[in-house]
Design a protein around this ligand. Structure first.
Ligand SMILES: NC(=O)c1ccc[n+]([C@@H]2O[C@H](COP(=O)([O-])OP(=O)(O)OC[C@H]3O[C@@H](n4cnc5c(N)ncnc54)[C@H](OP(=O)(O)O)[C@@H]3O)[C@@H](O)[C@H]2O)c1
Length: 340
């Protein structure tokens, strides 16, 4: 194949507060012809994830910051369109961390082949991918969930939250979720089958609302949001309860640190375990995750939603939409032709 051009999204400015479209730029690069041992991959879907906001700050963290003028990185599912590597055939689907671009050339390192016969390929960015794994590890290993417990989940209709809710139901728990619209609440109760859900934007007292749903208190709180949701959980946690610190999206765009939470003394009085985790430290649990999740999906016991935005040029808006609650389930961008 002769050289081809590929569009990519680069970071233009480090966002201040909520990212703006002007913090990103669409660029075009010319890719060289592939050499022996290489493959050319055309991305079909890419993932936008809240953690990417953290990489837009110039600070030390568990992943290096994105660099100005460089293409962004993130999960992507692509199709091999040319191969000079005997490990990959044209037509194979691969999972990579090279989303945010149309095409890339690779020697194969860091790529995982996925089976499009098992599930729609974009599911490997959600239920069968990083967000599903986050829910599984967070709830079962960090949260040490036990059958019959009471579980509160924030951002419950999102990619991670919707998996947490359903795994907890499969474990025989009483599950209540918080979400930002009536449509999300209806999906959680009617489709995902949890016990109750409420629209936190439609109540002026989230703490009282959580209390109404947990007359017997909360055993496990799965934290995706922070702020008043964490206050509400602390208020209603049972003694010896566990708080799984997965994410705090309400704070990711804060320009100045916000004080709080004010209910920290409950951690002592109620002898709570509050534990953070990063999914990438738990790849040793990939086997059990694929075993359990694959089985639940095949049995129709796990449902998921996707919000699919078309076109790589709209990826920044899809990303920004995460902070406005524009997604039900996993937010995904369709980048190129492929199944689904
Ligand atoms: N620890 C880890 O390894 C790990 C891995 C993956 C994800 N995470 C974290 O898990 C959380 C969920 O991630 P995800 O990929 O599943 O995203 P997601 O829940 O699919 O999307 C983000 C959702 O957060 C909610 N939200 C946004 N701003 C909010 C605010 N100010 N207050 C309350 N809710 C707000 C919105 O839903 P509403 O309409 O309900 O507001 C939005 O749809 C994030 O905090 C993320 O950083 C952690």
């Amino acid at each position: 194949m002769t050289s081809l051009t590929s569009k990519e999204i680069r970071l233009k400015n480090r966002p201040q507060g909520l990212p703006a479209k002007s913090d990103f730029e669409l660029a075009e690069v010319t890719l060289p012809a592939i050499n022996d041992g290489e493959i050319l991959v055309q991305n079909v879907y890419m993932s936008v994830d809240p953690y990417m906001r953290g990489r837009m700050y110039d600070r030390k963290s568990y992943v290096p910051p994105f660099q100005i003028g460089q293409p962004l990185e993130g999960g992507g599912v692509g199709r091999v369109v040319e191969s000079k590597n005997e490990g990959f055939n044209v037509g194979d689907y691969v999972l990579s961390m090279l989303g945010w671009r149309e095409y890339f050339v690779s020697g194969g390192d860091g790529l995982t082949k996925i089976d499009p016969a098992l599930a729609p390929v974009q599911a490997y960015l959600g239920a069968l991918g990083m967000t599903g794994m986050t829910a599984y590890v967070g709830l079962l290993h960090i949260g040490e969930l036990k059958e019959g417990q009471t579980v509160f989940v924030s951002a419950a209709a999102g990619a991670v939250g919707s998996m947490v809710c359903q795994i907890a139901k499969l474990k025989g728990c009483y599950v209540v979720g918080s979400a930002g619209s009536d449509e999300k609440v209806a999906w959680l109760v009617e489709e995902a089958g949890i016990d109750a859900a409420f629209n936190y934007k439609a109540t002026d007292d989230v703490i009282a609302e959580v209390g109404r749903h947990f007359p017997k208190g909360i055993d496990v709180y799965f934290e995706n949001v922070g702020g008043v949701h964490l206050e509400a959980a602390l208020e209603h946690m049972n003694a010896n309860g566990r708080i799984v610190m997965c994410g705090m999206i309400s704070m990711y765009n804060d320009v100045k640190p916000v004080p709080g939470p004010v209910r920290m003394p409950y951690i002592i009085q109620k002898k709570l375990t509050v534990k953070g985790f990063i999914v990438m430290d738990h790849f040793d649990k990939l086997g059990p995750f694929f075993g359990d999740m694959g089985k639940w999906v095949a049995e129709g016991k796990i449902k998921w939603q996707e919000t699919i935005i078309d076109g790589i040029e709209n990826a920044p808006e899809a990303f920004i939409g995460l902070f406005k609650g524009e997604n039900l389930g996993k937010m995904i961008v369709k980048v190129g032709p492929g199944p689904g």
